[in-house]
Design a protein around this ligand. Structure first.
Ligand code: F6P
Length: 366
């Protein structure tokens, strides 16, 4: 059978384990030899015990766990050619000709670059005697399939990334808790949520918690936001609401592209409305803990589809991304999705907000 390796790289997310499990089990079911690569690209470079063959039971009882049981890392060595040479050597020695990369855009871009230069890497390994011509011949191509694991839902081409639903669930639990104490004390809370440069978690949690105001990076508020926000908070109180909730995406910016901070928002509330105001920065609890059913099922479906895509692909085919479109798992050209995702960042850099939202496409709410 074919050799397939699965690894997780970059920030972890809930549901990655379900995806790893599905890759292993689907691969074994289809007669492949499936390998784990531990600690992301670092394990691929280091080899040794970091690359081990998986069996059916090695992925038992992990589907519900948060994080990734095979570890993840942000790897510098893989950014260097010598690191990628070692990685290629480690794959060839084990007969691994297919990889499933689970991570964000950095991870997936790395996988694409690696595949594109693979043949050159093998030539160099052969000419320096690190692999034999037989090994070179049997492992000519590397096929790549990507799955997006991230709580941020910041990747273009897919409706939902693996982990987003669990992070949202965690945010909502926290918001419910905050709301009850805010209610008792008639307080205003500013809740800062993750998402890097993406406002999805902020926007969705604001909707689901009937928050009064939300700041997201893709749609900076008008410069008169302090006035507008205070008017809205005041109105709510006048109509009998005992609390106010403001959601702030960690990457929120103003129209000049300058960060909007929780302290800044708090000052506006306190100075203008004299409301008793507190800040909660939710942090990494959003990324940890058990996954919700949606992410377990999403990870499972995406993992299984990744293996099937690899089995059906021609040798050396361009990398594909498994995306969720409506309720369907579909295969898309990986690099086009990466390119579009990078386009969002570029649009935001030049403050073209309309373009940023447009490019977010399906990974954003309509
Ligand atoms: O991409 C996931 C994420 O949790 C972002 O929401 C956040 O900005 C970042 O990772 C935090 O990174 P780190 O875990 O390295 O602190």
């Amino acid at each position: 059978g074919k050799g397939i390796a699965v690894f997780t790289s970059g920030g972890d997310s809930q549901g990655m384990n379900a995806a790893v499990r599905a890759v292993v089990r689907t691969g074994i079911y289809l007669g492949c030899k499936v390998y784990f690569i531990r600690e992301g690209y670092q394990g691929m470079v280091d080899g040794g015990d970091n690359i081990i063959e998986a069996d059916w039971s090695s992925v038992s009882s992990i589907i519900h766990m948060g994080g990734t049981v095979i570890g993840s890392a942000r790897c510098m060595d893989f950014k260097e050619r010598w690191g990628r040479l070692k990685a290629a050597e480690n794959l060839v020695k084990r007969g691994i000709t297919n990889i499933v990369a689970i991570g964000g855009d950095g991870t997936l871009t790395g996988a694409d670059t690696f595949r594109a230069e693979y043949s050159g890497l093998l030539d160099e390994l052969l000419s320096t005697g690190r692999i034999t011509s037989d090994e070179r011949e049997k492992n000519k191509f590397l096929n790549v399939c990507g799955l997006v694991g991230s709580i941020d839902n910041d990747f273009c081409g897919t409706d939902m990334t693996i982990g987003t639903a669990s992070a949202l669930r965690r945010i909502i639990e926290a918001l419910d808790a905050i709301s009850s104490t805010a209610y008792s004390h008639q307080r205003t809370f500013i809740m800062e949520v993750m998402g890097r440069h993406c406002g999805y978690l902020a926007l969705l949690s604001a909707m689901a918690s009937e928050a009064d105001y939300v700041f997201i990076p893709e749609d900076p508020p008008n410069p008169n936001w302090p006035e507008k926000m205070c008017k809205k908070l005041k109105q709510e109180r006048e109509m009998g609401k005992r609390l106010n909730i403001i959601i702030l995406a960690e990457g929120a910016v103003d129209v000049e592209g300058q960060p909007i901070t929780a302290e800044q928002v708090k000052k506006v509330v306190v100075d203008n409305l004299q409301q008793d105001t507190r800040i909660t920065i939710l942090g990494h609890v959003q990324r940890g803990g058990n996954s919700v059913a949606f992410d377990r099922v999403l990870g499972s479906r995406m993992g299984a589809e990744a293996v099937m895509a690899l089995m059906e692909a021609e040798e050396g085919a361009t990398p594909c991304l498994i995306s969720l479109e409506g309720n369907q798992a579909v295969r898309l050209p990986l690099m086009e999705c990466v390119k579009q995702t990078k386009g969002v960042a570029e649009a935001m850099k030049v403050k073209d907000w309309a373009k940023a939202i447009e490019l977010r496409g399906r990974s954003f709410m309509r």
